[in-house]
Ligand binder design. Sequence first.
Ligand code: HEM
Length: 917
Amino acid sequence: MSTTPWVTWPALTKFGTIGIFGGLLVLSMERTELLNNNMFDVEDWDRHNADITCDERSLTARTEDGTCNILDNPAEGSVYTRFGRNVPLEQTYAETENDTLLVPNPREVSNVLMARGDTMQPATIVNFAAAAWIQFMVHDWFDHGPRMDGNDIVFPLPAGDPLGSGTMSVQRTQPDPSRTLAEAGRPATYQNTNTHWWDGSQIYGSDKETSDRVRAFVDGKLKVDADNTLPTEFLSGKPITGFNENWWVGLSMMHRLFTQEHNAIAERLKQSYPDATDQWLYDKARLINAALMAKIHTVEWTPAILDNPVLKRAMYANWWGVGGDQENREFFQQALDEMANNIEGIANLFTLLGIDADIANMEPGVIDHALGGLVGSRAPNNYDVPYTLTEEFVSVYRMHPLMRDDIEVYDVGSNVVSERIAIPDTRDGDAEDVLDSVGADRLWYSFGITHPGALVLENYPDFLRNLSMPLIGNIDMAAIDVLRDRERGVPRYNDFRRAIGLKPITQFEDLTSDPDLLANLKRLYNNDIELIDTLVGSLAEETRPDGFGFGETSFQIFILNASRRLMTDRFFTTDYTPEVYTPEGMAWVEGNTMVDVLKRHHPALSGALVGMDNAFKPWGLNMPAEYESWSAEQKQMHLWVNGAVRTEYSDGELPAQQDVDIGGLISSVLWDKVKVESDVAPAGYEKPIHPQAVMGRVQFNATSGHGFTGLFEGAGHGLLRLSITGDPEERGFAPGLALKLFVDGQPSRNVSALYTLSGQDSNYNFFANELSNYVSPEANDTLGSTVLFSMVTTKPTRLMVNAFAEVRENGDEVASPKAPTQIYFVPNSALTASLPSEPHDFRESLMTLTEGTKLYDVYATDVAIRTSIFPSLNNRLANERRNSARKVGELTLTSDLIASQFGDSGVFFKHQRYEDR
Ligand code: HEM
């Protein structure tokens, strides 16, 4: 038996696929346990049901207040019904001032254990959009409503508090108005003031009045202003939407996006069903939009923040399951078979890892559930406990440390902070102003590339610990978060773990190894582990399953509720069908991701999102398996925006010029250079020569009638890298270029060109001379590159351009390719005349060249390359070839030239050898 208090299933992943299935099985067994033991209902449903009639519309539409989802218990999950519990009711008595409500002092917990100080600990596995998203979701799921007036909870400010001496007071949670006398003496209950369902109520509201306020009543749409933004409340300036509390710009972004998405869905439906009523279109668009959000949360947000192979599969299974006709279901059907066939192997692994699981006596259906999936085709199943969210669920979503202190604003594609906006300056009525003045594209990009705070102790932003609330004054969210759990009878950490099937910890050291934190925990909790608050213990958990952004205690509650809100909902089970959603609606939900939604409403982000399969992971250069199949433009923009522009050096940060690394010119690097077909350098590849460069997007405008084929006939999407061989002070100024032209669905074509091997001495004008794909071998080749390249080719000073002639940009093969033998990049004479030839950093002068500048005329000849050992004859042959060359086109910048880390070391240009022509 294992002695660690922590779950051991994460160790299974190191056993590959079978281990992952084992992990899934453990999670499924845990969920079954939780479903059997950890759902407690505290509502009197009959009382609610008495007033509800489910009309015809409610059979195929979500109602405003969440009633009539479960037709034989129509109040289930509706607004103003009580939160249920995940721990036995006798453990849910509230703490009071007479006992432990104020022990330890919540403000001291905040000061000592929660305060972030000056430096945020980031959660680098996700981006800041993930923080705004989860608050957006939480506002769909639950709220306890406005706090109670009078009879505040009051406690002293601890000694040395930055707020001085005196007291802090916190309003109590609004009591449940539906309590009856008969319930006196039972644990307190609270009502959810939003519907419990995953129904988009943060957008659509949880009652008819709110719903009417947000609707346009035309073509099923939601109300937007002429500029497609949300109307705002006159006094507060906050958007008019389903739920607009605790507002800041991150919520403005989410609400605007999914309001626009609703309207896009309604438009799509209107096309197919032109005669449909506004009500019908609205109802369908809501169903579809809500399901899309639920799917995004299940298969994108969750696997981003719980980045673990077991979890990813579990979440995919939650959404797609098996047995249906979606492509993903087939994958899971196979997995299901494989798992059933491997039960013995999995059981052995469990024994090995001391996982306490009785596979032999497993409940029927556990395997099926592990991969069976909850969405679609199954009947809703509430395991005989009416569906509600729970106080414990609310508790684990207290994720306030996710908030940053400020927003770093970046221009799309840039990695240079252009402005910082403190989050408090984006709150309430300021949110829409910030969104409009900064611009939604820039804000989304900025959220995409920056991180939220990590869900750990000592990471509450200061602004949330001193939060000004209209009409209330300043509050401390960290103190409140701790206090609310105590007030609402959420057990303390160790009891909480015991109650949900986890092992209790036995010492403070189980939580953390940080000596200062340990000392503070012990002091505050008086050395009593049983006193640790659930939120504190959860944030303190240092041992977390690989890739997990939060710990296992919160996760246990999540396993249960994340599944339950899908498996109990008629619109995610029996009625998740083309009949109810429409075929267009099903396709919309299944066929779209958060990336698609962002691209639809923010086309300017397309470049930044190319290659991203999960919008909540930090946006960056990501080369997905299908990269090669993309269009030339997509590939160009991906490398440009996510590669070069993102890693552009800021002013004054150009790395010093390096010299050639002769030792690095080993044969493996050279072989890579001629063999690897890739636009990005293979792992570990370092450019031993031409280490520094500027790069820009280019197009090749062909002159007509030159007779060369394929890309020589013109290409709109290329990258041009301009570099020098090494440090010019060491070996003279030796300019060179690398050109990459992209092809739809096929590998790019690449060529490099030099003036001569040894360069142009002390002339630092990059455009002083023509460059070519063939240079004469030189007696004085100090670098010895001829000799070195001879290791991999018989013609070390010659690169081929045949591959350019074989294909057109659209991917069409050329039947009879015709390629030049030699091409010449002839500098634009205006540039030759204007660039300095005195010593300077060549990158500085090249970076003055902007989009639209013609850089080179390109000349080409098909005269065979013949050489001679007699220099004079050699020169004559070269001159003859040059004289025979005719202009085939021009190379023009379609962006500015910039210097970037990606341009220096990330991008890769294959050399086509003579042997590979
Ligand atoms: C600017 C950002 C935010 C502000 C100003 C804010 C503010 C608040 C306030 C004032 C409350 C009510 C406190 C009370 O019980 O008296 C609250 C509750 C809560 N917040 Fe936030 N919050 C923010 C971000 C977030 C985020 C990112 C999450 C992530 C999940 C989150 C999750 C919650 C939860 C779960 C509750 C409890 C709700 C309930 O008791 O029904 N909040 N927040």
